[in-house]
Design a binder for this molecule. Structure first.
Ligand code: SF4
Length: 332
């Protein structure tokens, strides 16, 4: 449910804006000069806004494509991300977006063509190299698809460049643009997964794990490449059994040939954001758990982190070759 729609004057006649407005016929948009005047306002309450978020249609002016942190990748040495949207329909307790932005409103940058130019520039510069582009860092890649048309726009674009991969990171089960297409061989549809017992408590508003696994199974059987993202790994009572059950469930339902990569990432928060996130979720069991300060991050102790990682890797080895495993420690 969208509360209000704001539109930057500069893009008020942009065809993508016009087509989005047709989906909100009852809304009267408010025109603004710069998205920052709404999004960066002081004294906003992220938690209240999360219940009634507004949609801001804006034009991104720079920084279309950025390098990922060094530890972030799925096999290629050149890794970039791009964000056509800030904020997410879902509300995961561990989501760092709550600490990153003061507003929970959704910003959609409608100038996809400029992102495309930025991506092309990188591809041309690295033309003999393998490159992965990641979408879904500042938002979920597919959850807003019915409004944004993001995937429908970008898949045909990426299809033209066989030396690059595009990862769409999601928890959504809205796969319409993918179900309508032949699988795109350089696209990885990457799903974040947790044991049901944890996800039911942390992944607010997101599809259940069962629904996610069903959708992965469907896409895999159609021939889409699948990424499994066990990130973050979450500790707690009975964690070994519930991760064991999760992996068994995933691999019972998904054709192994479809799996492109599996990443494991520890629960981690940038130190500067953690206090803010905890302040917004004072009753969160996850955030008040055994987390410690390590360098500039808040995370489990090194012992817990290593134990979880090696336990999960040992289990995953039963189902999948280790060459598909990647660690995903980067925090953007
Ligand atoms: S799906 Fe991802 S981006 Fe959306 S709230 Fe959850 S962690 Fe954040």
């Amino acid at each position: 449910m969208i509360n209000q729609i704001y539109i930057e004057n500069e893009i008020k006649y942009h065809p993508r804006v016009q087509s989005i407005l047709k989906k909100f016929k009852r809304k009267t948009p408010i025109y603004i000069d710069k998205y920052a005047s709404v999004f960066n306002k002081k004294n906003q309450n992220f938690r209240i806004q999360k219940k009634y978020p507004s949609l801001i249609l804006a034009k991104k002016k720079s920084g279309y494509v950025l390098k990922t942190p060094p530890d972030f990748g799925i096999g290629n040495s050149n890794n970039f991300y791009f964000s056509h949207m800030y904020n997410c329909l879902y509300d995961c307790e561990y989501c760092f977006l709550q600490g990153m932005y003061s507003s929970a409103d959704y910003i959609l940058f409608v100038n996809y063509e400029d992102f495309e130019d930025g991506i092309k520039e990188k591809i041309n510069f690295l033309k003999n190299e393998k490159v992965t582009f990641f979408s879904g860092y500042d938002c979920d890649s597919l959850a807003f698809e019915k409004i944004s048309g993001f995937v429908s726009y970008f898949l045909p674009f990426f299809k033209k460049f066989s030396n690059v991969e595009i990862e769409l990171r999601t928890k959504s089960t809205q796969m319409d643009p993918l179900l309508k297409l032949e699988p795109v061989s350089n696209c990885i549809v990457a799903f974040s997964l947790l044991p049901t017992e944890i996800a039911d408590k942390t992944d607010h508003k997101a599809p259940t794990i069962k629904k996610r696994i069903n959708k992965i199974s469907e896409l895999a059987s159609m021939g889409w490449k699948i990424g499994l993202r066990f990130d973050p790994l979450i500790h707690g009572e009975n964690w070994k059994n519930i991760y064991k059950e999760l992996f068994a469930d995933v691999f019972k339902n998904i054709d192994k040939k479809a799996i492109h990569s599996i990443t494991l990432g520890p629960l981690r928060f940038p130190k500067a954001m953690f206090k803010k996130i905890l302040g917004m979720n004072p009753n969160s069991k996850l955030l008040s758990d055994v987390l410690v300060l390590r360098g500039n991050k808040i995370s489990y102790t090194n012992e817990i982190e290593l134990e979880m990682q090696s336990f999960c890797i040992d289990l995953l080895k039963k189902y999948s070759p280790e060459t598909l495993f990647f660690s995903c420690k980067g925090n953007f």
